[in-house]
Design a protein around this ligand. Structure first.
Ligand code: PGA
Length: 252
């Protein structure tokens, strides 16, 4: 049975002090929730990663990084490597987020390398993909998504797919308040699952968790999560408030 996952991407938000306060609130309230085959992951900025990782040790809250460098060490000013993440006991990384693709030059080719580096260092990957509005309007969204996935992930072996989580994030729905309809999300998730099924041995596609991301809020989470191929969410804005984030967790 594939896991349900609610992951919070804090992006470039929360100072050290603010993140300590948010984690404290999350830890307190999460105890009241009964988690059945559901994982909760939070991805704070790098400066807060170690502290949050320590504070959530022995709780049901897992911690992820928001990015890594494709290389493992060397003269790359400002970069953070996979071994560095691992050394502070963080086991998951988000890769391919549309903001990284748009503002920081994360191409499909570079993402394929980052995925390899992450897996080589025993990191699990939450791999994001999704079309921009023009692609959706012109009916190219399936083709765009197919290319993103094939180019960054289809060189992996079946064994490596065990450490992949997929996250469909239509760019037009991120931070805009506009959500893909549950039907649009389901349609894309089913398409992606089929894509994986065609390429890999059976079992991989049924077991892969596919999250939806893009303006998920406590008010719309339940409807989106009710779809068969939607296995959870990658949450941005609503992950910055303990109440909202936990309401979304409860919706699953
Ligand atoms: P949002 O962000 O929930 O604020 O739309 C989602 C994301 O970027 O992962």
């Amino acid at each position: 049975m594939r896991s349900k996952i609610v992951a919070g991407n804090w992006k470039m938000n929360k100072t050290y002090q603010e993140s300590k306060a948010l984690v404290k609130e999350l830890k307190k309230s999460v105890k009241e929730i009964k988690l059945d085959n559901t994982r909760i992951i939070i991805a704070p900025p790098f400066t807060n990663l170690q502290k949050v990782s320590k504070k959530t040790k022995d709780t049901c809250i897992e911690v992820a990084a928001q990015n890594i460098c494709a290389l493992e060490s060397g003269a790359f000013t400002g970069e953070i490597s996979a071994p560095m993440i691992k050394s502070i006991h963080v086991d998951t990384v988000i890769l391919g987020h549309s903001e990284r693709r748009e503002y920081f030059g994360d191409t499909d080719e570079l993402l394929a390398k980052k995925v390899d580096t992450a897996l080589k260092n025993d990191l699990e990957v939450i791999f994001c993909f999704g079309e921009v509005l023009e692609d959706r309007k012109s009916g190219n969204h399936f083709k765009v998504v197919e290319e993103q996935i094939k180019k960054a992930l289809f060189h992996l072996t079946s064994e490596e797919w065990v450490n992949i989580i997929l996250a469909y994030e239509p760019v037009w729905a991120i931070g805009t308040g506009e959500t893909a309809s549950p039907e649009q999300a389901q349609e894309m998730h089913a398409f992606v699952r089929e894509l994986v099924a065609e390429r890999y041995i059976s079992g991989i596609s049924e077991n892969i968790s596919i999250l939806y991301g893009g303006s998920v809020k406590p008010t719309n989470a339940k409807e989106i999560f009710s779809k068969e191929d939607v296995d959870g969410g990658l949450i941005g804005g609503a992950a910055l408030s303990a109440n909202d984030f936990l309401a979304i967790v409860k919706a699953i």
